[in-house]
Write a protein that binds this ligand. Structure first.
Ligand SMILES: [Fe+2]
Ligand SMILES: [Fe+2]
Length: 176
């Protein structure tokens, strides 16, 4: 891939954005692990396993990119893993409709967020941008698949709470 020399500031900024995306992928792992523990329907878990495999790719792409940018993953990852695992396990307990609906709502929020980051990345950082583009395609498909398998559409107030939690994550991991 054509690589444009990034300035020190641009590298730092890109690394911060990619650290947020990496933490998001840590949360995705946690969510899938949590719901796999409690969800019972086997068809659902087969669908989830496919998505979870793609999430593992996302996680390693982000981690690799952060290393290339000479930065580190978030120190808060264990905290966000634990929080997301609990949410996933709870959603799994509440049955397929709610569980898949939760996945869909989360993935939709991630797509919205990735669009933002695609805008914000330094113009020369095509490497990070191509990672985020592929992730966006996958996340959008995860959302659609979850709805197609019977996930319920979440009401706006719940989505708004989810957005606030994700804002808390993005604001904290930007720095550490
Ligand atoms: Fe992902
Ligand atoms: Fe996803």
């Amino acid at each position: 891939m054509r690589e444009v020399e990034l300035s020190a500031e641009e590298r730092t900024y890109s690394a911060r954005l990619m650290r947020i995306n990496h933490c998001g992928e840590v949360c995705a792992q946690a969510l899938y692990h949590g719901q796999a523990l409690t969800a019972r329907d086997t068809q659902t878990s087969a669908v989830m396993q496919q998505a979870a495999a793609e999430e593992r790719d996302h996680l390693s792409w982000c981690e690799q990119r952060i290393k290339e940018l000479d930065s580190h993953v978030s120190l808060l990852n264990p905290f966000w893993y634990a929080a997301s695992f609990s949410m996933g396990a709870l959603a799994g307990l509440l049955g397929d409709k709610i569980n898949l609906g939760f996945i869909a709502a989360t993935e939709q929020e991630v797509c919205r967020h990735l669009d933002e980051h695609l805008e914000k990345l330094p113009p020369g950082d095509e490497k990070s941008r191509s990672i985020l583009r592929q992730m966006r395609d996958d996340e959008s498909r995860h959302a659609t698949t979850a709805i197609e398998h019977g996930g319920s559409h979440y009401p706006e107030p719940i989505k708004s709470i989810m957005r606030q939690v994700s804002r808390l994550m993005t604001r904290s991991t930007y720095w550490v």
